[in-house]
Write a protein that binds this ligand. Structure first.
Ligand code: SAH
Length: 252
């Protein structure tokens, strides 16, 4: 996903190498090809590789700097993720707003989303380097996510925003790509359905109007494509054939 290439995901002062590994995995699943680490406590580390579960390329290529200022140098927008409001007064964005803002700004240059250390979160001095903070709405009485889970949630929002920007549906059904049957095809099908319902004596002497109205609504809502309508014609034709055979047997 090209739009994500200009978003730097920056982990500051991470204490547990396992969190670096699971963050790499979280990022790779969402289509990120890089991660930035500011003064990680223990890295490289076998625990990081173990938890990366195949996202080793992100670990091997991690961009490591000594300070946050170096990690975000050249960025036109820097957002800091925090579980709690800090002393530094700054605008607070929801994950969705943050994702849209980051992608918009990434058109003009690189941008960054920053995550703090497990124990303390981002320090005020670090938050002061940020244009705004992002808070994942959680239960106020239990608001702090595991670092890599926070990375996953925000990376997911960025992916959704990038997909929306690229006009890609999050869940794509390959069958949806065929255009729905035309009005004429649907009317031919309804005529066939009406005829078949009579042939199999579905109405048993009652008027079939209400049923047909319901069935029209059902099939129009389903918006079948031309191929699906053909299958339905096939089923009706078979039912009619069986009804004719049964009728012929009865009259013998
Ligand atoms: N005890 C720390 C928690 C740090 S968790 C604190 O109170 O801030 C490690 C990092 O995960 C945080 O610095 C932040 O970047 C991210 N994070 C955790 N929960 C979050 C939430 N609800 N919203 C946004 N980011 C969160």
């Amino acid at each position: 996903m090209r739009a994500l290439e200009r978003v730097r995901m920056v982990l500051v002062g991470t204490q547990h190498p396992r969190n670096i590994g699971s963050s790499a995995r979280a990022l790779k699943t969402m289509g990120f090809g890089a991660m930035h680490l500011v003064a990680p406590e223990k890295f490289p580390h076998p625990d990081a590789s173990a938890l990366a579960a195949g996202a080793d390329d992100l670990l091997d290529g991690a961009c490591i700097t000594a300070t946050l200022a170096e990690a975000v140098a050249g960025c036109t927008l820097v957002l800091g993720s925090t579980a709690t409001q800090r002393a530094v007064p700054m605008p607070e964005l929801t994950p969705r707003e943050a994702a849209v803002r980051l992608l918009e700004a990434s058109r003009h240059g690189e941008v960054a989303l920053v995550f703090g250390p497990e124990r303390t979160g981002l320090e005020n001095a670090e938050l002061q380097l940020c244009h705004a903070s992002v808070c994942i709405p959680t239960d106020p009485d239990f608001s702090s996510l595991n670092l890599s889970q926070a990375v996953q949630v925000l990376a997911y929002e960025l992916r959704l925003a990038a997909m929306a920007e690229a006009g890609v549906d999050a869940v794509r059904d390959p069958l949806d790509e065929r255009p729905p049957a035309t009005h004429d095809e649907m009317e031919r099908f309804f005529a066939h359905l009406d005829e078949a319902l009579h042939d199999i004596d579905f109405h048993k002497g009652r008027s079939g109007m209400t049923v047909m109205r319901r069935l029209r609504r059902l099939f129009l809502r389903a918006a079948p494509d031309e191929r699906e309508v053909r299958v339905l014609h096939g089923i009706l034709a078979d039912a009619q054939r069986m009804a004719r055979l049964a009728g012929a047997k009865k009259s013998q």
